[in-house]
Design a binder for this molecule. Sequence first.
Ligand code: PEP
Ligand code: MG
Length: 551
Amino acid sequence: MTATEIRGVGVGRLVATGPLIRMPEPLPEPARDERHDGDAAAEKARVAAAFAAVGADLTARAAQAGGEGAAVLEAAAMMAQDPMLADDVNRRIDGGTGAERAVFEGFASFQDQLTALGGYLAERATDLADVAQRIIAHLRGVAAPGVPSSPTPFILVARDLAPADTALLDLTKVLGLVTSDGGPTSHTAILARSKSIPAIVGATGVLDLADGTALVLDAEAGVVTVAPSAEQIAEAQRRIAERAAQAAAPITDGALADGTKVPLLANVGSPADGAEAVALGAEGVGLFRTEFLFLGENDAPSVESQQTQYTELLRHFPGKKVVVRVLDAGADKPLAFLNDAHEENPALGLRGLRALRASEQVLRDQLTALKGAQDATDADLWVMAPMVADEHETAYFVDYARGLGLHTVGVMAEVPSLAVLADQVLQVADFVSVGTNDLTQYTLAADRMLGSVASYQDPWHPAVLRLVKLLGDAGAATGKPVGICGEAAADPQLAVVLVGLGATTLSMTPAALADVRAELAAVTLGQARARAAAALAAPGAAEAREAARLA
Ligand code: PEP
Ligand code: MG
């Protein structure tokens, strides 16, 4: 058999090679006409016992998993204990539906509601399907579908992994992950990134492969090679060894070959992420996404509870910079209590700073809590606002935050207008931080959540790079920092180009720090600028990537 290739979306840049094992298919759907024998009370008792058993099992797995996996499993356990879901299922049983079908339908209807909300909540819909499968398996008295085990290492192939599976992966056995479904923000992708597991998602066709088939998984290229040649396997093994050597390299501060400092910072989503960021050598935090405190809540959390969480994160970074972004609600992060109006184009709607201005008390409370955390710790706290359009909005946020006692106040460059007006913006802001995910979406007019336009979401596009250059130039002219905190900073080749365009710090998921550190150490500022100039002159993203490589 000669090698064939299956394409998908790579998560990170790692490589793996080995035989595949497929995840068992989910349980068959309970029959549509399943009815119970008339004893609704007994049927409900069976369901209540199954809900409780699955909830307890997930809680126990959470305790075993620790870290991010624990949070994911605890959330799933909470779903299994949700009284609204149990009520819905009981109503169906009262109507005569059998237990398994009632669970299936109750969860499916809840899942539809989440999917309709879109964005982050839609991604969580998969978690719900997994909990339903577990409850149905319990009712049937069969084993819950889960990660297969093997005495020897393997690449796990699945439709999409559920949180309960990903959280418990035995990393000594699972060399890599390939899924046929799921996007770059699915659980498979999130956990693969945080645990540095090579992964490719959305690889259509991979489920047709037989167990034991040899694969090479190249996440950087987004390619799964089926039945690779001996040379392809040897090349993959060389890259795996190279990467292992890089990861084992001593952790140093970020710097170019000529000694130019480029502080490497971490993107974090909760205070608990702080420890891992420090362990992987983050010199501070470049983006603390504070949405985790608000998502799923009906009201904003109190000043006191927010202050506790912010203080917990800041304590990991004494004397170091921690950039906290105020709440970024709307579009891919919907929050009903800030904006529940139907919007045709939520990405262009009342989101980010716009939504906070419309509910100023939420902003005031958050900044007050941050000021409290600033006073309670030795960290160097910086605050910034998302989705800022121009100097007027910058001045509003800077004045508001300074008025509440925050020392260092900046804005994110995500809307192209802000980059175009960078010289004006940096007259009033203390710094800017470029959110390349949104800056790319708005520059190319392509919704970052929409698979059909995913090819536009490429921060290598010279139009995006030219906007970064405007920001870099304005930073140099005013002597103010220009950080990068979007995903682009985690791409080592692009990180070099961004420094060449004038970025002064790079912030990324902690797992990417080692690769970026190694790449920066191999180039001088002059070389970085030459690569940036080559990329700026290219007509498209692919050409920019190639031009930078050859420069
Ligand atoms: C960005 O837009 O690049 C960014 C860092 O913010 P988020 O991904 O949270 O929108
Ligand atoms: Mg953003």
